[in-house]
Design a protein around this ligand. Structure first.
Ligand code: THU
Length: 227
C-alpha cells in the first residue's frame, strides 16, 4: 500500500467501484500543511470522476477516512467491507511518447467543472510515462481537486512517489496557466526540485521551478516524522 502518511502514520487505502465496472484505488496523501491532506476515499473518488466515471461503491478496511459520510451521501455509494478478489484496477499511466499538447487538450473533455466551467488538465512525468489529471469539482467546493492534485494523488497511489518529474499544466480558458497556492504547496511536498511547465492558451509555454513558485514556503522539516 502506497499511503503517504508520514505525519499521522495512519495508513489508508480504498477502492472505488465505478459505474463502468472499473475499480479506482486511492491512498491517503498527506501534506506538511495538514488541511491540504487528501484522504483515501477523496483521492479514489476524484480519480474515478476524472476518468469520466461515476462512483457506485467503496471498499475500505479500517481505518475509515474522515468525511466518508460526505462522499457516501454525495454519490449515494454503498459501503462494502470485503475487497473483491480480482478487481479490474484503473491504471492512469500514459506512455512516454504521447503528444503532450494534444493529450492535455483531449484530457479537458474529462474535467468536472459544474461550478467554474474552467477546465484545467495536467500531466505528471514519471520514469515510466505520464500520469494525467483534470480538475474535479463537487458540491462541497473545498473538497474538489485541481488538475495538478488529481495527477499527484493518482501518482502517489500508483507508487511513483520517488519517480516523479516535471508537471505540465494546461488551462485553455486562462490567459496564463498558473497553479494555485494549494497546488504549489502540494508540489513542494512531492516534487520540490522539479519544474512546472505551463502551457498557455496562446500556444506558448513557460517553465518554473517549484521552489520559485513557493518562495520561503512552509516545509517545516522538523515536523516531518520518519516514514
Ligand atoms: N484549477 C486547477 O485545476 N488548477 C489550477 O492551477 C488553478 C485552478 C481549477 C480548480 C477549479 O476547478 C477551477 O480551476 C477554478 O478554480
Amino acid at each position: 500500500m502506497n499511503s503517504y502518511s508520514p505525519y499521522s502514520e495512519i495508513e489508508e487505502y480504498c477502492l472505488i467501484e465505478g459505474k463502468t465496472g472499473m475499480f479506482y484505488p486511492g491512498v491517503r496523501v498527506e501534506n506538511i500543511s495538514f488541511p491540504l491532506s487528501i484522504s483515501a476515499i477523496h483521492s479514489a473518488i476524484c480519480s474515478c470522476l476524472a476518468n469520466g466515471d461515476q462512483p457506485v461503491s467503496v471498499y475500505q478496511e479500517e481505518p475509515l477516512s474522515e468525511l466518508t459520510d460526505y462522499w457516501k451521501l454525495e454519490f449515494e455509494i454503498e459501503y462494502r467491507s470485503k475487497l473483491p478478489d480480482s478487481p479490474s484496477l484503473f491504471d492512469p499511466l500514459l506512455p512516454a511518447d504521447i503528444d503532450l499538447l494534444k493529450t492535455l487538450e483531449d484530457l479537458t473533455e474529462n474535467c468536472v467543472t459544474p461550478h467554474s466551467s474552467f477546465p484545467v488538465s495536467a500531466l505528471l512525468e514519471t520514469d515510466n510515462g505520464y500520469i494525467p489529471g483534470v480538475n474535479v469539482e463537487v458540491s462541497a467546493w473545498s473538497l474538489g481537486l485541481c488538475a495538478e492534485r488529481t495527477a499527484i494523488s493518482r501518482a502517489i497511489t500508483a507508487g511513483y512517489a520517488d519517480k516523479l518529474g516535471r508537471l505540465h499544466i494546461y488551462a485553455p480558458l486562462g490567459d496564463f496557466s498558473s497553479p494555485c497556492g494549494a497546488c504549489r504547496q502540494v508540489m513542494a511536498e512531492f516534487i520540490p526540485r522539479q519544474q512546472v511547465v505551463l502551457h498557455h492558451g496562446n500556444q506558448t509555454t513557460s517553465k518554473h521551478f517549484v521552489k520559485d513558485l513557493l518562495p520561503n514556503g512552509f516545509t517545516g522539516s522538523s515536523l516531518r516524522k520518519k516514514k
